[in-house]
Design a protein around this ligand. Structure first.
Ligand code: AMP
Length: 289
């Protein structure tokens, strides 16, 4: 098999996947891994392309992880487009699709027993609005990493805090010695809206308004050297609220720690936003400097 997949192999069982990947590793092949929840778009596919460019074997997993949904109705409505996903992955040069069922990933049930210590990362921003979310994320990513044991792990900057949480997981488990986290830029629609599986749930007029999250982050980027941060965040929130969004947060944070900052005196900054348009929760972020 070449890295430019002539075929894409699907596995449902972790034991079969492990065995296959062990053989590939013995042949000295590097393995890239892209964990996803499906409903794939160009953002996901850009991660597959990056993996295919830099590894001989690219593995994608599709698993809608129930333990990271703090809102059950969000889980129920999560889009599933498996046939399309398979076609896109094949075309992108993915070699292996891992499609586990819930019993494969949660043999002892979905009640989480092991608690990861993620420190403050778990309680700020996404963590504070989605209690338990990151415990679900690290649990599933840790299990997937133990199954795939990739050389390179590809994740999107779109989920900025998630990348930081996974970096912390790699550090705490010592996996960082074997697995290199490769964070890829956010892919956007032509108008700037960050691509997201949830975008397909937006009605046409909601979709038209959704781009305002990106535009508001741009507004922060254009003004953060001129306007005080508290004032700027207030104005940004008002822009979104006036358009009909329900804002969870708009924050300007230290890009390395994600802790909020009050002024422009220190190092790199990131602006982050989360807001509902109707019942669809959208997130985005932009590096400021
Ligand atoms: P998800 O299926 O939402 O769990 O996302 C799977 C991976 O794709 C995560 O690492 C996301 O950060 C990444 N991703 C999602 N949207 C984008 C995007 N617009 N651009 C780049 N990567 C993305």
């Amino acid at each position: 098999m070449t890295s430019n997949a002539l075929r894409m192999i699907q596995f449902k069982k972790a034991s079969d996947l492990r065995l296959y990947l062990e053989k590939q590793r013995e042949k000295g092949r590097k393995i890239g891994f892209v964990p996803t929840m499906g409903a794939l778009h160009e953002g996901h596919i850009s991660l597959i392309h990056e993996s295919a460019k830099n590894n001989q074997i690219s593995v994608c997993s599709i698993f809608v992880n129930p333990t990271q949904f703090n809102d059950p109705s969000d889980l129920d409505k999560y889009p599933v487009t498996l046939e399309e996903d398979i076609r896109k992955l094949f075309q992108a040069g993915c070699d292996i699709l891992f499609l586990p069922g819930i019993p494969e990933m949660y043999p002892d049930g979905t009640q989480l027993t092991k608690k990861y210590d993620l420190g403050y990362l778990e309680t700020i921003l996404e963590g504070s609005f989605r209690p338990g979310h990151f415990q679900g994320v690290v649990t599933i990513v840790h299990r997937l990493l133990e199954m795939v044991r990739p050389d390179n792990l590809y994740m999107g900057q779109k989920d900025y805090q998630q990348c930081m949480v996974i970096r912390e997981l790699l550090r705490q488990t010592g996996l960082e010695k074997e697995i290199h986290l490769q964070i890829q830029p956010t892919r956007r629609e032509a108008d700037g809206l960050a691509m997201s599986s949830r975008n397909m749930r937006l009605l046409p007029d909601q979709r038209a308004l959704a781009v305002s999250i990106y535009e508001t982050l741009r507004f922060i980027k254009d003004n953060y050297t001129k306007t005080g941060f508290e004032q700027l965040k207030k104005e940004a929130e008002k822009r979104l609220t006036d358009l009909g969004f329900r804002v969870d947060y708009i924050e300007i944070a230290d890009a390395a720690t994600l802790l909020p900052v009050q002024n422009n005196d220190n190092g790199p900054l990131v602006a982050l936003a989360a807001a509902f348009m109707g019942d669809v929760r959208l997130i985005d972020n932009l590096l400021l400097n």
